[in-house]
Design a protein around this ligand. Structure first.
Ligand SMILES: [Zn+2]
Length: 418
């Protein structure tokens, strides 16, 4: 087999969702540890390859991180890979392994001159940056990290030759992937294509595309970068978030990225999306994220917005009724849409932080969840009260079921000691 045909074998674009890291670090966005756990479960159901699920060095994340690793070990979140995000410095690696059971990591450090002078104030040279990254990387490998990605923060504003040097050092010291971060959304689809093509050719290692939407180009940039990686024969991983929530103008929306790879004219049939992806979960997951964030889905959001399949003007409505392909590129059924939303308009009993056993029983009867005895029901009621204190909004059916099914995990999620 020639080198070229061997390289062409892997043509899959995988997705690494960073909602539970970039999403939650966004200004005005908060998720409880239960909500973050539900998002990991939904990402797993949706067939996403990896969830960057939190910050192993942040103390209030510890119980959540360990509880989720335990869920993964029990097979509840299989095959989703759970990876933590830390700075590429030795002390963060030490803390992560001392305080959590995290098994996969991405380590991050700035590589641009802007950050070197603007953030590190010129106290670090470009060689220092590589040395710090390599030290952290080697330490993580010695601690038994299963997979590790190395992030070039502000990669899009970094010198290209330096990025190649940085990525080579990462590869030579055992990194599984290099993450090209368009931290400020500075790239355009043409610039990112050329840069990723160059890095992929020179370094020959899997590349992650981490893009932001400051110029409204985030999905286009993400898929253009992935195309370059695949074209040059290396694996591509796109970083996404639910509903595009992320720092400032956001990250690449998970559903939009899937749709763009499946249906855009240049990708359809030519570039393969991870076959595990189940677009049919899109509607449910986007709705849950919107509820958990407390941020409505824009009506014009691709695929899951209220208007994504709405037609009113004469020519469009007539055309869509005659043949859906006249004005729709893909089917709403594919995204799990089309079922009516049932809203109870009579009496409703809810379970909350001050609930009693009778109301609680009524709620769980409706969910068809049975308890083996009074003691078990009372224990779960107690946890549901905590869950509500923790979320500060009514629990959804999947959350109620989760608490009843994994009470030991729920107890860990609700425990925090400042
Ligand atoms: Zn980011």
């Amino acid at each position: 087999m020639t080198k070229n045909t061997k390289k062409k074998k892997n043509n899959i674009i995988r997705l690494i969702d960073v909602t539970n890291r970039d999403g939650v670090q966004t200004s005005r966005i908060c998720l409880s540890k239960l909500q973050k756990t539900m998002i990991n479960l939904y990402l797993n159901e949706m067939g996403v390859y990896q969830s960057e699920f939190g910050f192993p060095v942040t103390r209030h994340e510890r119980n959540y991180i360990n509880a989720n690793v335990e869920l993964a070990k029990r097979g509840v979140m299989k095959p989703l890979v759970l990876s933590g995000w830390i700075r590429a410095i030795a002390v963060d690696v030490k803390e992560s392994f001392k305080n959590t059971k995290v098994e996969h990591l991405n380590i991050s450090i700035s590589t641009s001159d802007q950050m070197l002078y603007g953030k590190f104030r010129g106290k670090k040279t470009k060689d220092d940056i590589i040395d710090m990254m390599v030290e952290a990387l080697r330490l993580a490998k010695s601690k038994g990290v299963k997979t590790i990605g190395v992030n070039a923060e502000d990669g899009s504003r970094s010198d290209l030759d330096y990025l190649v040097k940085f990525a080579k050092a990462a590869k030579d010291n055992g990194a599984d992937r290099v993450r090209y971060c368009d931290t400020l959304g500075y790239d355009d689809p043409f610039s990112i294509y050329n840069r990723i093509h160059h890095i992929g050719k020179k370094v020959d290692m899997p590349i992650e595309l981490h893009c932001h939407n400051d110029l409204g180009l985030v999905v286009a940039n993400s898929i253009a970068g992935a195309k370059a990686a695949i074209d040059v024969g290396v694996d591509a991983y796109i970083n996404t978030t639910l509903n595009g929530i992320g720092e400032r103008a956001g990250n690449a929306d998970l559903v939009s990225v899937i749709l763009a790879i499946k249906y855009s004219s240049g990708f359809k049939g030519k570039y393969k999306l991870d076959p595990n992806i189940k677009l049919s979960k899109a509607w449910k997951v986007a709705k849950y994220a919107s509820y958990a964030f407390g941020v409505p889905i824009p009506i014009n959001q691709p695929g899951v917005g209220a208007n994504a399949f709405a037609h009113e003007s004469g020519i469009h409505a007539d055309g869509a009724l005659k043949d859906r392909r006249n004005y729709e590129l893909y089917d709403y059924e594919e995204l799990g849409r089309g079922e009516p939303d049932i809203v109870d308009t009579g009496r409703s009993i809810t379970a909350g932080e001050y609930s009693g056993i009778k109301g609680f029983r009524n709620v769980y009867d409706k969910l068809a969840v049975k308890f083996k005895d009074e003691k078990e029901a009372a224990d779960i009621l107690d946890l549901v009260r905590y869950a509500n204190v923790h979320n500060q909004k009514p629990l959804v059916a999947d959350e109620l079921k989760f608490v009843a099914r994994y009470p030991d995990i729920a107890r860990k999620l609700f425990s925090m000691e400042p």
